[in-house]
Design a protein around this ligand. Structure first.
Ligand SMILES: Nc1nc2c(ncn2[C@@H]2O[C@H](COP(=O)(O)OP(=O)(O)OP(=O)(O)O)[C@@H](O)[C@H]2O)c(=O)[nH]1
Ligand SMILES: [Mg+2]
Ligand SMILES: [Zn+2]
Length: 390
């Protein structure tokens, strides 16, 4: 028993030291309140089940969700408090400690302790995940229980390569989430550039893609006015209000995009304050420096909740066939009729995709994006194993 108490004491000291290095939760004013998100029926049932099994300790159990992940110690919001938590030993033994922002949890809050204990991660309604690493890789959940993914792509003086946006779209749709695209930094593209990139994106993803053009971190008013005019001429909403309309109260979204795309800058503009850290991009190649390191939820005034994410270096496609078919339903529909099952739609006789490309009016960029993503998925099947779920 003494040994156990000592181990507990050591854990507490270590936790306190780690907590001192993290921001005090009381100072974080942008965190959502408990009732801004709703647990699903299945999640509530799972929580009630956990309480029923807890016997006398049931009173210590609370329902909450993860609002922030720094290193270790997720921050949890429950009905009457915001607290940090560690994992119950039962959870750390398996690999179930991979809690994500947005996860609903059953947590224990013993009266004498500041730190809570996550007893259970309640079943997820959705799971935005990517494969990371080369070779076998592992599946990493970026956020749980999210309704909408906003893919942020920065504009510049040259036309954007929308293949990356198409790749993100495939992953998002594969996860079952809704998709919207924000073209950021429009001030850098000029009026002609905005029109060019909006047209290119619509060519790749179709005209019904939900799209907003922004310029949240611009300096020059004239550039912003020109960008606004160009976006509105294309029928695309411009600015923060356009993003707010994508994420009304009750909706939980996440921003996804490369480092330096302007995600945190956009969220600060929506918050009306500089809550999130932003960082300059490299002059030589426009790349960001991975400024955001924590995943965290921010609650937008007069709108819903958005998760800010660190920029992602890679988004490999591995077994995302369903997503590919959802993003390119017209092409996927044709591909079924190809003579060869493993048709690459490049040179094969009896290829329905090539045969109908002109007839069906696939624009060149759309077909190219489909082919390159389908090709990548075929190649990754050889090296990556989508069945390895960690
Ligand atoms: N010209 C211009 N620059 C912008 C705009 N928005 C952001 N920036 C700049 O782009 C740089 C990167 O912005 P961040 O908001 O830190 O980018 P991020 O996507 O959060 O990057 P990570 O956190 O590294 O993933 C900063 O120097 C911003 O000032 C914009 O609308 N126009
Ligand atoms: Mg950031
Ligand atoms: Zn074919």
């Amino acid at each position: 028993m003494a040994k156990k108490a000592k181990a507990r004491r050591v854990r507490e000291v270590r936790a306190n030291r780690a907590l001192d290095a993290l921001p005090a939760l009381s100072s974080l004013t942008e965190l959502p309140a408990f009732d801004e998100l709703k647990a699903s029926d299945a999640q509530r049932e799972a929580f009630e089940e956990a309480r029923a099994q807890a016997g006398e300790a049931a009173d210590e159990l609370v329902l909450g969700y993860v609002v922030r992940l720094d290193r270790g110690y997720p921050a949890i919001v429950c009905e009457d408090a915001t607290f940090r938590a560690e994992f119950a030993t039962r959870l750390t033994k398996g690999d179930f400690s991979r809690v994500a922002v947005g996860d609903w949890v059953c947590a224990r809050r013993p009266a004498a302790h500041e730190m809570g204990l996550i007893e259970r991660i309640l079943p997820r309604e959705s799971d935005i995940a990517r494969w990371r690493g080369s070779n076998r890789g592992e599946r990493q959940t970026l956020a749980a229980n999210v309704d909408l993914v906003i893919v942020v792509q920065q504009l510049g003086d040259r036309e954007v390569d929308f293949a990356r946006v198409a790749r993100s779209a495939v992953i998002v749709r594969d996860c079952g989430a809704e998709l919207a695209v924000v073209l950021s930094k429009a001030d850098r593209a000029g009026a002609a550039g905005v029109a060019r990139d909006v047209a290119a994106l619509r060519e790749v993803l179709g005209t019904d893609v939900r799209l907003v053009v922004t310029s949240a971190g611009a300096q020059g008013d004239a550039d912003v006015a020109a960008a606004r005019e160009a976006a509105e001429a294309c029928g695309v909403p411009f600015g923060e209000q356009g993003v707010r309309d994508l994420v009304p109260a009750g909706v939980v979204a996440i921003v996804l995009g490369e480092s330096g795309a302007g995600k945190s800058t956009l969220l600060n503009a929506l918050l009306g304050r500089n809550v999130l850290e932003t960082g300059a991009v490299r002059a030589s190649d426009d790349a960001g420096r991975h400024t955001t390191v924590a995943r965290r939820m921010v609650s937008l005034p007069d709108a819903g909740v958005i998760v800010d994410e660190p920029g992602l270096r890679s988004l490999p496609l591995v077994g995302h066939e369903r997503g590919l078919a959802l993003v390119f339903p017209d092409i996927a529909h044709e591909a079924v009729a190809c003579r060869f099952r493993d048709c690459t739609h490049t040179h094969e006789p009896g290829c329905a995709v090539i045969g109908h490309a002109e007839e069906l009016g696939y624009a060149g960029r759309r077909l190219d994006a489909y082919l390159s993503l389908a090709h990548e998925m075929r190649a990754s099947r050889q090296t990556l194993d989508p069945d390895v779920v960690i």
